[in-house]
Design a protein. Structure first.
Lengths: 153, 463
C-alpha cells in the first residue's frame, strides 16, 4: 500500500529532482541542474519539517504557528527562504537540533532563486552548482537517516 | 501468504522482521534491519555488484508489508545502490550482528533506535582520565527503591575510608537525593551534581564547589571520605531552584549526549577532590548512588561508568521480573558477555530467625537469581549478538548455581528493624552500633575483598 502522505510526496519528489539534476549536470546543462538541486533540497527539508516538528500542511504549503506571535502563521516556501523560516522553529527537543543540522547546508542556497528559471543561464558558475549539489546531497542523506531511524543522528 | 486478521503487535513484529531478514541474508545478501523510534522496521540490502535486485526488492516490500502490519516503515525494503547514505548505515557501529542469522555468505545486522535508554546497550569499560589513570567506580543500584541501597553505600564508604582509601560518594539519584544528607547532614557543599550539569552546558562550571569532605575520621589516618551531593546547599542570598535545574539536566546538547555530560560531571567531582588535595591525591574509589528503575541514569552508571555494579533487591516477583527484563535486554543487544563480569547481586533486608533461617532464605534467593541471570550466562561463546570482534571477548561464564564468585551469588545484608525510618542526621554514630555492624558484616567483607582484588589486578585504566 503506497504511502500518500504529503511527507512521502516530498520525499519522492526530493529524490526525483536530485537524480534528474545529476543527470543534467553530467551533461553540462548546469542552469536547470542548479534549479533542480534547489527543489530537491527544498522538498527534503519540508519532509523533515513535517516528520519532526509541529509543521503541518495547509492546502498548498507546509505551515506552523509563529512561536512568538499567535496571530501569525509561518508558511514555508522555497529553499532560499527556508534559511530564516527554519531558524524561527529552533527550539525544543527536535526542532532545535534539526535547525542545527540543516543550517550550514541551507545557507549554501542563500543566493538561489526560483525566478532564475526565466533567465538565460549565463549567471551559473560550475563551482557554485557543485557546492549546491553537495549541500543537497547532505540534506537528502540526513532525510534518509530520519526516515529510516525515526530521529536525527 | 495470508494476512492475519489480528493486528501484529510490537514483540511479534521483531520476530517476523528477523525471519524476513534472515531469509534475505540466506540468499547471499548482507542486510541491516533498522527499527525506528516508533518500532517500525526497514530492511536495507547491500546489493553491491548484483544485477536485477530491484525485482526482489519489490517482493520483499510486499512480504514485509504483509507480515509486519503497522510495524513496517514507509519504505520497508531498500537497496543500498538507490540510497544517499547507504555506506554510513551499512557500516554503522551501532548495528549489532544477529547470532541467529545465516552462517553462509550473507549476514544480518540489527540497528535499533529508542527514545531513551540506549546506554543499556552500550556496555564499556570506563574511560581513563586525561592524566592516564582513573578511580575504581562502584555503582549501587536497585530495580525497586526502598531496599537500603543508600544506607549500604554510606556504610561501605566509611569502611573504604577506614582502610585508607580516598573515597568519593556521588549522588546520582537526582530525582530523590539521599546520599548527601545521609553522609553530611546539613554540611553540604554549595553546589551539587545538578549544578554541575546545568552550568557546564553553558561553559560556566569553573568555580563550582561540588564536593565536601566529611568530618568523619577514618580509622586509617590516610583515609578520606568526600561527598558530591545531587543537591547543593545553595546560598543564603539566592533561592535554590532545584526543580528548575533538574528539569533541564537530561538534554542532549550539540556534541554531547546526556551520557557524555554525566560522565564529565562525575569526572569533574573527581577532579574537585584532587584540587582540594592540592593536586596530590585523587579519589581511588568512587561510589555512584544510582537511581532506581530502568532509567537513563542507571543505564549510564552501570553500563558505562562503573567497574562493578551492585544490584540490590529483596525477593519478590516484581524485583525478579524487573531484573529479568533488564538482563533480557542486555542479552538481546549482545551485551551479555560484557556486562556480566561487572554485576553482583546483593540480597537486602534478609530475614534471619529461628523459623526462617538466613541460609534458607539465601538459598532460595540465589536459585531465583540464577534463573534470572541465565540469559546472561547462556550466551553463545565466541559469537554473541553484538560482538564485533570475537577475539576480544572474555571466556564464557560457567553455569553453576553454586559458584560463589558469580553475579547471582547474592551477598546478604540482614534485615534490621532499627534502621527502618532512621533519621541519620539525628542519630549520630548509628553506623558504629553493634546491630548495624552485624547486619552489614558479610556485605562489607565480600565487597571489600572484590574491590581490593580488582584494584590489585588493575581494571583497565584504574589508578
Amino acid at each position: 500500500m503506497p504511502d500518500t502522505s504529503q511527507e512521502a510526496h516530498f520525499q519522492s519528489a526530493a529524490q526525483r529532482h536530485f537524480r534528474d539534476a545529476d543527470f543534467l549536470r553530467k551533461d553540462s546543462r548546469l542552469p536547470t541542474a542548479d534549479h533542480l538541486y534547489g527543489f530537491a533540497a527544498e522538498c527534503a527539508v519540508k519532509s523533515l519539517l513535517l516528520r519532526l516538528t509541529e509543521v503541518t500542511m495547509s492546502s498548498s504549503k507546509p505551515h506552523a504557528p509563529h512561536p512568538d506571535d499567535p496571530d501569525r502563521i509561518i508558511e514555508f516556501g522555497h529553499i532560499n527562504e527556508l534559511i530564516k523560516d527554519v531558524a524561527v522553529l529552533a527550539r525544543g527537543r527536535t526542532a532545535g537540533p534539526l535547525h542545527s543540522a540543516l543550517d550550514g547546508d541551507l545557507r549554501v542556497f542563500k543566493k538561489w532563486h526560483v525566478k532564475y528559471r526565466y533567465f538565460d543561464g549565463g549567471y551559473v558558475k560550475p563551482e557554485v552548482v557543485g557546492e549546491r549539489r553537495d549541500a543537497a546531497h547532505r540534506i537528502l542523506s540526513l532525510h534518509e537517516y530520519v526516515v529510516l531511524n525515526g530521529r536525527l543522528p | 501468504m495470508t494476512t492475519s486478521p489480528f493486528p501484529v503487535r510490537f514483540d511479534e513484529a521483531r520476530q517476523r522482521a528477523f525471519e524476513v531478514a534472515r531469509d534475505v541474508a540466506g540468499r547471499g545478501f548482507h542486510v541491516v534491519l533498522v527499527r525506528d523510534v516508533l518500532g517500525r522496521f526497514s530492511l536495507v540490502v547491500d546489493d553491491t555488484g548484483k544485477e536485477g535486485v530491484d525485482r526482489l526488492r519489490d517482493a520483499w516490500t510486499v512480504e514485509l508489508t504483509e507480515r509486519l502490519g503497522r510495524y513496517r516503515s514507509d519504505q520497508p525494503a531498500l537497496l543500498a545502490s538507490e540510497m544517499f547514505s547507504a555506506d554510513a548505515l551499512l557500516n554503522s557501529p551501532r548495528a549489532v550482528p544477529d547470532s541467529g542469522g545465516p552462517s553462509g555468505v550473507g549476514s544480518v545486522r540489527f540497528l535499533d533506535n529508542t527514545v531513551v535508554g540506549e546506554d543499556w546497550a552500550k556496555v564499556s569499560v570506563p574511560e581513563p582520565a586525561p592524566g592516564g589513570d582513573r578511580p575504581y567506580r562502584v555503582a549501587l543500584y536497585g530495580f525497586k527503591g526502598g531496599v537500603g541501597r543508600t544506607t549500604a553505600m554510606s556504610v561501605l564508604a566509611r569502611r573504604l575510608a577506614d582502610e585508607g582509601h580516598c573515597v568519593l560518594v556521588v549522588d546520582l539519584d537526582l530525582e530523590s537525593p539521599g546520599a548527601g544528607p545521609l553522609l553530611m547532614g546539613k554540611a553540604l557543599p554549595p553546589h551539587g551534581i545538578v549544578d554541575q550539569l546545568v552550568e557546564a552546558v553553558v561553559g560556566n562550571a569553573d568555580g563550582l564547589e561540588v564536593v565536601e569532605r566529611s568530618s568523619y575520621l577514618p580509622q586509617d589516618r590516610y583515609g578520606e571520605l568526600w561527598v558530591a551531593p545531587a543537591r547543593g546547599r545553595g546560598s543564603q542570598d539566592v533561592p535554590y531552584s532545584y526543580v528548575d535545574k533538574l528539569n533541564r539536566v537530561y538534554a542532549d546538547t550539540a556534541g554531547a549526549s546526556f551520557a557524555d555530560r554525566l560522565e564529565q560531571a562525575v569526572r569533574a567531582c573527581e577532579d574537585a577532590v584532587e584540587r582540594h588535595n592540592d593536586g596530590v591525591r585523587r579519589p581511588d574509589v568512587v561510589l555512584l548512588d544510582s537511581r532506581a528503575g530502568i532509567h537513563d541514569v542507571a543505564a549510564i552508571a552501570i553500563s558505562r561508568l562503573a567497574d562493578l555494579a551492585l544490584l540490590f533487591g529483596s525477593s519478590n516477583e516484581q524485583t525478579w521480573q524487573g531484573y529479568g527484563d533488564l538482563f533480557a535486554a542486555w542479552q538481546s543487544t549482545g551485551q551479555a558477555s560484557r556486562i556480566r563480569g561487572k554485576l553482583r547481586m546483593v540480597a537486602s533486608m534478609v530475614p534471619d530467625s529461628v523459623h526462617y533461617p538466613m541460609e534458607d532464605y539465601l538459598d532460595a534467593f540465589r536459585r531465583r537469581a540464577f534463573e534470572c541471570f541465565s540469559p546472561l550466562y547462556d550466551d553463545v561463546p565466541g559469537n554473541p549478538l553484538g560482538t564485533t570482534d570475537a577475539t576480544t571477548e572474555p571466556a564464557p561464564f560457567s553455569q553453576n548455581v553454586n559458584e560463589e564468585s558469580e553475579a547471582h551469588w547474592a551477598i546478604p545484608i540482614l534485615f534490621e528493624p532499627g534502621l527502618v525510618g532512621m533519621d541519620a542526621a539525628n542519630a549520630p554514630g548509628w553506623q558504629d552500633r553493634a546491630f548495624v555492624q552485624a547486619a552489614y558484616r558479610e556485605f562489607l567483607d565480600t565487597v571489600m575483598e572484590r574491590i581490593t582484588e580488582d584494584l590489585r589486578n588493575g581494571p583497565e585504566g584504574t589508578s
